[in-house]
Design a protein around this ligand. Structure first.
Ligand code: HEC
Ligand code: HEC
Ligand code: HEC
Ligand code: HEC
Length: 401
């Protein structure tokens, strides 16, 4: 991607934003509220298909480009993916990125609380942002914000929102909720005093911001793919815009460096080797099939499956537990992939990724038959998130044997 094109893209994408600023009110105290997050551990798009949106490296570029003094950057939870050591390391990497993009505050969700106070404390310290949960309301000169972190249901959320309003002294009140759009609308009707409700949603937020009475309800999507902005003037919040963090946005160099350090920590802590191995299926590796299934082996060698490990290495993701399971053979087995140095024959997507473990078949091919496989053998890897264009007929055509 040429940097020239990226700049043009940024200017184009910033156009509605610039028009907002020039348009209705050139008022001196017009501010912008930036909202993004619900990262859920997705620090970067996996790159399994292109184009993919999101990532902290692009987000830092966009926000730093658009932000001016006095603006406010709000990060939404959940920041964490599934529990475990990798999520702890991710939390630190993300917190550093938040600091780089001048994040003012972040909201916590129940899911984040599970990581424990140690992780949340270091996230707060490294990000230098203010923690907001249902007991900590943040008052700025312009507005007051809280989050329904601990809410079990809508009644709890409404109780939290009521106390927000009662503490607002007439300032615009912003509620961040884990509930969905429908529930956000109900809350807006019940509490018309709220100025803005930000709800949780996984869909593309473009165009979804709307008013219920005088209350804005909006979402910033999830997995850190989008940035939602509002202009704020004396007359309140206006002109919501959504920026899609697509591949034309360049990576922020500082955050890129932090991201590489994050990958380095996964490697140093050998997290792939430490992944649970609930099975003991015995894998032999694709080359062990070659002597008897020469044609199949040649077709496989010429296919992209035989390059899947090189793909991860080229990206520096070969020590990343988020990636290795689908780019290697039998990671969940004690007799499957462990680490390249110890199990070099089980890198890549091999014969046994589809056919199942073949060690016993090799010992006595006529006695131990391989089970028949079909379309269903593809979908554990070619799922919606990693292979949205998957179509068995078309894909099989490329590897048929
Ligand atoms: C659930 C299984 C799965 C996981 C997990 C996974 N991948 Fe993939 N990956 C795939 C599949 C399937 C494809 C091929 C997609 C297609 O062509 O439709 C692919 C393709 C790719 C490609 C594109 C290769 C090319 O030829 O252009 C890259 C790069 C890649 N993956 C990197 C990663 C990284 C980095 C991670 C971890 C962050 C990851 N993958 C995690 C299944 C997975
Ligand atoms: C020593 C020779 C030999 C090796 C090595 C070998 N196979 Fe086979 N394979 C055979 C023979 C012979 C058959 C036919 C068995 C039959 O139908 O009685 C067969 C059949 C198969 C079938 C078809 C099953 C069916 O019922 O149609 C699959 C799939 C298969 N092998 C996969 C593999 C894989 C994967 C490997 C490597 C892990 C492998 N084979 C290694 C000899 C071998
Ligand atoms: C263990 C995970 C896994 C399984 C199972 C799997 N694939 Fe893949 N597939 C991948 C990965 C990873 C890639 C990308 C490899 C690369 O380019 O580095 C890929 C790539 C491909 C490609 C190349 C796409 C392109 O852009 O040309 C085809 C075709 C394909 N797979 C077909 C299939 C079919 C058909 C099945 C089932 C019969 C299947 N795959 C099962 C992981 C898997
Ligand atoms: C991406 C998944 C995938 C990979 C990788 C793969 N196969 Fe297959 N293979 C299949 C599927 C699916 C079929 C059944 C096709 C059908 O139903 O016509 C098949 C069919 C076969 C057959 C014929 C079985 C029959 O029923 O006619 C043999 C033998 C075989 N594969 C061996 C291998 C060997 C050896 C390798 C590695 C060198 C390999 N396959 C790699 C998915 C795969």
């Amino acid at each position: 991607m040429s940097s020239k094109r990226s700049i043009v893209w940024l200017i184009l994408s910033a156009l509605p934003f610039i028009l907002n600023l020039l348009g209705t009110s050139p008022a001196a105290n017009s501010k912008t509220l930036f909202i993004s997050g619900a990262t859920k551990g997705y620090l970067a798009p996996c790159g399994c298909t292109k184009p993919m949106s999101g990532g902290i490296r692009r987000r830092a570029t966009l926000i730093n480009q658009l932000k001016k003094p006095g603006d406010f950057v709000l990060e939404l939870g959940p920041f964490a993916g599934p529990l475990g050591r990798q999520s702890e390391i991710k939390a630190e990497a993300q917190a550093q990125a938040l600091r780089e993009m001048g994040t003012d505050a972040f909201t916590l969700t129940k899911q984040d609380l599970q990581l424990g106070t140690g992780v949340i404390e270091s996230y707060t310290r490294l990000s230098e942002a203010t923690l907001i949960d249902n007991t900590t309301f943040l008052t700025t000169p312009d507005w007051i914000i809280t989050s329904d972190t601990n809410a079990e249901n809508q009644t709890d959320t409404i109780t939290i929102a009521r106390s927000l309003i009662s503490q607002s002294s007439g300032k615009p009140a912003i509620l961040v909720t884990q509930s969905n759009e429908e529930s956000a609308e109900q809350i807006a009707r019940a509490l018309p005093e709220l100025s803005l409700i930000i709800y949780a949603s996984s869909s593309n937020p473009a165009g979804v911001a709307k008013r219920v009475g005088k209350t804005w309800i909006a979402s910033a999507g999830d997995q850190g793919k989008y940035v939602l902005t509002f202009t704020f003037t004396n007359s309140g919040f206006e002109s919501p815009s959504v920026f899609d963090l697509g591949p034309d946005i360049t990576d922020n160099p500082t955050v890129s460096r932090q991201y590489s350090q994050y990958l380095g920590r996964l490697r140093a802590e050998k997290l792939v080797e430490r992944m649970p191995k609930p099975r003991d299926d015995h894998y032999a590796g694709s080359d062990a099939c070659m002597s008897c299934h020469t044609t199949e082996h040649q077709i496989w060698t010429d296919s992209k499956h035989s390059q899947a490990w090189a793909t991860l290495e080229a990206d520096g993701h070969d020590a990343d537990p988020d990636c290795v399971s689908c780019h290697s053979v039998g990671l969940d087995s004690t007799k499957g992939f462990l680490v390249k140095e110890r199990t070099p024959h089980l890198t890549d997507v091999g014969c046994e990724s589809c056919h199942g473990a073949g060690y016993n078949h090799i010992q006595a091919p006529e006695k131990v038959k391989m089970p028949t496989v079909g379309k269903n053998s593809c979908t554990p890897c070619h799922n919606l998130a990693h292979s949205p264009n998957f179509d068995f007929e078309k894909y099989w055509e490329k590897i048929k044997h």
